[in-house]
Design a protein around this ligand. Structure first.
Ligand code: ADP
Length: 286
């Protein structure tokens, strides 16, 4: 069991840029959490703080009740992290790289463990390939594989499905959900499909603030009555078009709006609609 408590977390970079504003939340295992938000929302900053790669300018993070800064050693042995930009050693083979990472993590029975992660990330025929010869998706899989070494209790993946093809994305969704059974898995993404089927909790942030923290079902409910279909062209006012569909009867628009315009047919929101509504709602306030 693991428990992370984030209390009034603030992060202002030396440039003066405020990346996180007063974030508070609790995370307990098991949990598979999707961290959503547009580019620049503060997702990577949050993950860097959780992995002690950055020190907050305000507030604190408690790991099992104790400040993270005093628990860095414990954290290291329990953490698998895939950062957004991950430097791989181009001249090493996949096996050599994983062997090196396992040594850094102090993993004892590392042969067995390396075999396991190679299997899980479908890299069996690539174990002897040099990293520089791999495709983008294969490199990403090596990054995910190193995070899984040692079977850590806390897995943090910053945009793990970037560069993966649809089949690989599906296989990783299953891998994340399998891994989350007794762990905390936190994955950031802006691909809604990645979190839809596997995450039991979604945290949406924008401009460094939490906009939503709840289940996917709750997010969908929050957009009910705010998603509609419009026939034919209309001035785009007070609503956001999420899809433009050409049909035999002309063009139909799928829209999200605080107040649907006259003539719109109300439809059930998808998770993507609900996310667009949430982000758009915040835009209105500014
Ligand atoms: P996301 O991961 O959601 O795209 P980030 O956490 O990378 O967002 O960035 C949040 C904000 O902080 C952005 O405005 C970004 O430009 C800024 N930022 C990120 N890293 C730094 C840094 N090292 N120095 C200054 N500003 C930064």
């Amino acid at each position: 069991m693991m428990n992370i408590s984030v209390q009034n977390l603030n992060m202002t970079y030396p440039t003066g840029k405020i990346a996180l504003r007063d974030i508070s939340l609790d995370i307990k295992s098991p949990n598979l959490i999707g961290l959503l938000g547009p580019n620049g929302a503060g997702k990577s900053t949050f993950m860097n703080l959780l992995t002690a790669g950055l020190l907050p300018t305000g507030g604190s993070i408690l790991l099992d009740g104790e400040p993270l800064v005093h628990k860095e050693k414990k954290l290291k042995s329990k953490l698998g992290y895939l950062p957004q930009s991950f430097g791989l050693y181009d001249e090493l083979t996949v096996w050599q790289f994983l062997d090196y990472m396992a040594a850094l993590k102090g993993i004892r029975d590392n042969k067995k463990d390396i075999e396991r992660v190679i299997q899980e990330t479908n890299l069996k025929d690539k174990r002897k390939a040099r990293i520089r010869t791999l495709s983008g998706g294969q490199r990403q899989r090596v990054g995910i594989a190193q995070a899984l070494l040692g079977n850590p209790e806390l897995l943090i993946f910053d945009e793990p499905t970037v560069g993966l093809d649809p089949e690989e994305r599906i296989s990783f969704r299953n891998l994340f959900s399998k891994n989350a059974q007794d762990k905390i898995v936190l994955l950031s993404t802006h691909i809604i499909e990645d979190v839809q089927s596997v995450c039991n909790r979604l945290i949406a942030i924008n401009h460094g603030k939490i906009l939503f923290d709840g289940t996917p079902e709750q997010l969908i409910l929050s957009a009910q009555g705010h998603v509609g279909l419009l026939e034919n062209q209309q001035e785009e006012q007070g609503f956001k078009v999420t899809a433009r569909v050409n049909t035999a009867n002309g063009v139909h628009y799928r829209i999200v709006a605080k107040q649907l315009p006259f003539g719109a047919q109300v439809v059930e929101p998808t998770l993507e609609d609900a996310y667009m509504y949430l982000i758009g709602k915040e835009g209105d306030k500014q």
